[in-house]
Design a protein around this ligand. Structure first.
Ligand code: C5P
Length: 211
């Protein structure tokens, strides 16, 4: 499940995993965890070589239960801190460093193993799992995405969210390594006018069709 932030990836992926009794992996949380660690260590995020030199150090351990996904760094629960503004503002810079991506993609493939999992991110259909049995690319209008995100983040306005998201989208779609793009064979689903349940039902139909 790929798509930009606010397209509904997390809610839809978790709902689909729950309905099918599958595991769930939030790869964005892994990039956020790496970013949280870099910030804590005081690594200069303006220097890609400094990020590359340190990115093998932290142990990043995501849990895969769709009812309560967890994320630990070196045994510390970072589920809360990785959603804070400092991490959100820096994550696209860290995620653009090729060495970070090589390490996290390898870790993701290890967790995915033989499958039976719903994986969400930006490069899942294109890079991490090009052979996935179902590939979905979720989109929504910029206004809808910003509205959803500002409902989740206390004290933020729709306008501020839209601006921050546009910045992150540009970084994520224009970076050299594994940019956000729709995979060959992916089905694009525009969720702007759909409820969460409607999107989940549509994805479940796609899964049933390929079985
Ligand atoms: O999905 P989420 O908004 O938590 O992702 C945070 C950031 O992590 C994205 O903006 C992107 O920079 C990066 N990311 C990525 N590849 C993925 C998942 C997330 O580059 N597969």
């Amino acid at each position: 499940m790929d798509g930009p932030s606010g397209s509904g990836k997390s809610s839809v992926s978790r709902g689909v995993a729950r309905a099918l009794g599958l595991r769930y992996l939030d790869t964005g949380a892994m990039y956020r965890a790496m970013t949280w660690w870099m910030l804590r260590e005081g690594v200069d995020l303006g220097d890609p070589a400094a990020i590359a030199a340190r990115c093998a150090e932290p142990s990043i351990e995501p849990g895969t239960d769709p009812d309560g996904p967890t994320i630990h760094v070196d045994g510390v629960d970072v589920g809360g801190p990785i959603r804070e503004a400092d991490v959100t503002g820096a994550v696209s810079v860290v995620a653009a460093v090729p060495e970070v991506r090589v390490r996290l993609v390898a870790l993701q493939r290890e967790i995915i193993g033989a499958g039976g999992i719903v994986v969400e991110g930006r490069d899942i259909g294109t890079v991490v799992c090009p052979d996935a049995s179902v590939k979905v690319y979720l989109t929504a209008s910029p206004e809808a995405r910003a509205r959803r995100r500002s409902a989740e983040v206390a004290g933020s306005t729709v306008e501020a969210q839209q601006e921050a998201m546009a910045r992150r989208d540009t970084l994520d779609s224009t970076r050299k390594t594994d940019p956000l793009s729709m995979a060959a064979g992916a089905v694009e689903l525009d969720t702007t006018a759909l409820t969460l349940d409607e999107v989940i039902a549509e994805v479940l139909r796609l899964v049933a069709d390929q079985a």
